[in-house]
Write a protein that binds this ligand. Structure first.
Ligand code: NAP
Length: 278
């Protein structure tokens, strides 16, 4: 049995939308028949049809059908996309109940309210998810405008939290969270690849090195979450005096790994803010 009765729609069916939609179906929160997705090129939505989801090249079909409408286009497309919706939309009593859930980097609640004002007093929720939702280990922050009731926010929390960790935060924190959680998987993939390259250099077969690097990151991440110990304490526990780990840690310090990651988060956070202003 599905845990949510609502019809869920996705306007834009790319990577982020698919990570959420396919994840929700896989974990049984909704059935494929409750979901619809739209995009301009129907041929690009084949993977949705493969999992039993209805697809359309008309965004208005999704707007009419769904109670919870995920907006999953690139930020610079939003204006055109809303203009199309506004043109064809026929107002109805159901409008007042619709929730618009944006995943757009940088796009503020004020921007969203203004764009969806053709729906009259729109209920909008700004989220920042990440693609790890596709494997049920996402990390999503969200915040809603004042028209979203606590019950509606709880429903969105249920959806997002079923695909990993979801947390409500003040909007002022979303760009920083975008950098850590939204962009973070790309940073971590780079670390995994580089650690595997190190293993290959030392004689491990590539596939084995990649598996070891990825599992090591998974294990370290889980240890931080479950023990709630500070990462520096956990690192000290691995570094025995005069041992193999501390010489590696010294190399990381020489290569400014920590400073580089701090800079990466700072730049990504600034860029997220810029994207919303364009
Ligand atoms: N990827 C991430 O890790 C990530 C993380 C957090 C947030 N986000 C946010 O997620 C959003 C989507 O990113 P993405 O990575 O999923 O990009 P993506 O894979 O390129 O998906 C964007 C989708 O929008 C569709 N589209 C283009 N114009 C449209 C229109 N007028 N109406 C409806 N759909 C339209 C595209 O369809 P066609 O391909 O057929 O043109 C494409 O499927 C962005 O706003 C981004 O900030 C992404």
């Amino acid at each position: 049995m599905s845990k949510l009765d609502e019809k869920i729609g996705f306007i834009g069916g790319g990577n982020m939308a698919f990570a959420i939609g396919s994840g929700l179906i896989r974990c049984g929160i909704v059935k494929p028949l409750q979901v619809m997705v739209s995009g301009p090129h129907i041929e690009n939505l084949a993977r949705w049809r493969d999992i039993g989801v209805a697809t359309t090249d008309d965004n208005n079909e999704v707007l009419e059908l769904a109670n919870i409408v995920f907006i999953c286009v690139k930020p610079h497309i939003l204006g055109d996309c809303v203009a199309q919706l506004k043109c064809k939309h026929v107002p109805s009593a159901k409008d007042a109940k619709k929730l618009f859930v944006s995943v757009l980097a940088g796009t503020t609640l004020d921007d969203l309210e203004e764009k969806f004002s053709f729906m009259e007093e729109p209920k909008v929720i700004r989220t920042m998810p990440n693609t790890s939702m596709q494997v049920g280990e996402g990390c999503t922050v969200y915040t809603g405008n004042e028209r979203v009731t606590p019950q509606e926010l709880a429903k969105v929390h249920l959806i997002l939290n079923s695909l990993g960790l979801a947390q409500q935060v003040p909007e002022s924190m979303i760009n920083a969270a975008t950098a850590v959680a939204g962009c973070g998987p790309a940073f971590v993939y780079t670390i995994i690849e580089a650690m595997a390259d190190g293993g290959v250099k030392q004689g491990l077969p590539r596939a084995m090195a990649l598996k070891f690097a990825a599992q090591t990151l998974l294990g370290a991440a889980k240890t931080v979450l479950l023990t709630e110990k500070h990462p520096a304490v956990l690192r000290d526990e691995v570094c025995s005096p005069g041992g193999a780990t501390i010489v590696g840690v010294h190399e990381l310090e020489k290569g400014n790994l920590r400073s580089t990651l701090i800079n990466a988060v700072e730049k990504s956070s600034q860029r997220a803010a810029e994207l919303g202003k364009k």
